[in-house]
Design a protein around this ligand. Structure first.
Ligand code: HEM
Length: 384
């Protein structure tokens, strides 16, 4: 026999259970617009991955020790000795990459479907803040294993703040906790990563979801002409949309486990402030900005790289046409596609820059701008 009636009776003697039940019922059975489909699952996927980051992050904290003498060793312990430590670290590291990917796809979906338009401007602005917090999560987390790559990528990354006019040097020292990247930086990044960002992101996501639930999902109808979806119309949230999300969750978990097993997260060598390794690159989601910065003097580059971010934040207030249907917003669609292609091209250039490739039997060295320089056979021989 179900135990729920007894619990309900007990609670009902003390609280207004019926009101809570009514609220939960109305939320579960809320109808969604008929356009709701596969692309609408990326918000929930991002949420699922955020929960994954919190759970695995808390588990990692049991063994992780954030000092320059212990950080690297504690991660090595997690990877080699702690039970399922490799799996937990893999879920956390690959989960971060997939979360950023899902957030980006979700952002592109709401952009192309015009969901940011009135009355959902704030949902979008909060989304941009969420995106900023998510990549900062990635940036601060990257330093924590205290290996060569993470140490030098953080050195390069924090150096950029120094280019901000007037306040740059102060901000750089504030971020690093001194002149260079040191134990002070590790402590600051750790506090940001495990306390400040998780709480900030929890608050932002909760408000984002609250607004989304109160206003409902956008339809393809021009703003001002939207009508509430009547009962019996649209797609029921439960079980239809929830089941679709369940299928996508299973695929995501499959992808996550496959990545962890086939491409295990490496640890590399312990950070050495006196040895600069070659080919220091940031994580993939910073590659396009990193490459863009190379084509300009420092301060100008910083401003140029800020332009897309400011445009992103203010976009709902710039694009004020009432149309949502992508077929009737061709110029907005064009801007979105150009921005995506530019990010991909700069990202790719950043990825292949400062590497050596072989093409049609010839060896080429790619410089910082990814421009190829043929390696003549004599040099080729020396290289061996
Ligand atoms: C961890 C990050 C995020 C989570 C957990 C999240 C969650 C969600 C969920 C569950 C929905 C409803 C279903 C859907 O459209 O997928 C939604 C809607 C929305 N999100 Fe996000 N979101 C995140 C980040 C973002 C970002 C970065 C943006 C844009 C910059 C954004 C903008 C929007 C907008 C405009 C809507 C309304 C969509 C509509 O009415 O059709 N979100 N979000």
């Amino acid at each position: 026999m179900s135990i729920y009636p007894k619990i309900r009776l007990w609670l009902n003697d003390r609280y207004d259970v019926a009101t809570v039940e009514q609220f939960v019922d109305s939320q579960i059975h809320k109808p969604l617009p008929k356009e709701t489909g596969f692309w609408h699952t990326f918000g929930s996927l991002s949420l699922f991955l955020f929960v994954n980051q919190i759970v695995t992050g808390v588990l990692l904290m049991i063994y992780y020790r954030p000092t320059t003498n212990t950080a690297f060793e504690s991660v090595r312990y997690i990877m080699t000795k702690a039970h399922f430590g490799w799996l937990i670290r893999g879920l956390h590291a690959w989960g971060a990459t997939l979360m950023i990917l899902c957030v980006l796809i979700h952002m592109a979906r709401t952009f192309f479907m015009g969901a940011y338009k009135k009355p959902r401007e704030l949902t979008w602005v909060l989304g941009v803040a969420i995106f900023g917090c998510t990549v900062t999560f990635g940036f601060t987390g990257y330093l924590l294993p205290w290996n060569q790559l993470s140490y030098w990528a953080t050195t390069v990354g924090t150096e950029i703040t120094g280019a901000i006019p007037w306040a740059g040097q102060y901000l750089k020292t504030l971020l690093r906790g001194g002149e260079g990247v040191s134990g002070e930086t590790l402590a600051r990044f750790y506090v940001l990563h495990v306390v400040i960002l998780p709480w900030a992101l929890t608050g932002l996501i909760a408000t984002h979801l609250f607004l989304m639930r109160v206003q409902g999902l956008a339809t393809m109808v021009r703003f001002g002409e939207e009508k509430p979806i009547e009962k019996g119309h649209g797609v029921p949230f439960f079980p239809h949309h929830v089941l679709k999300e369940g299928v996508i969750f299973c695929l995501l978990i499959g992808a996550l486990v496959t990545l962890i097993v086939l491409l295990p997260v490496e640890l590399g060598e312990k950070a050495d402030p006196f040895v600069t390794p070659e080919g220091i690159k940031p994580e993939w989601y910073f590659l396009s900005t990193y490459q863009l910065l190379k084509y300009f003097p420092k301060t100008i580059g910083l401003f140029v790289s800020l332009i897309p971010q400011v445009l992103l934040l203010l976009w709902p207030f710039i694009d004020r046409s009432p149309e949502r249907n992508p077929h009737r917003r061709l110029w907005a669609l064009g801007i979105g596609v150009v921005a995506l292609v530019a990010a991909l091209v700069f990202g790719l250039l950043g990825y292949i820059s400062e590497t050596t490739i072989t093409w049609r039997g010839e060896k080429y060295e790619l410089d910082v701008y990814a421009k190829p320089h043929k390696v003549c056979p004599a040099e080729n021989g020396n290289a061996h």
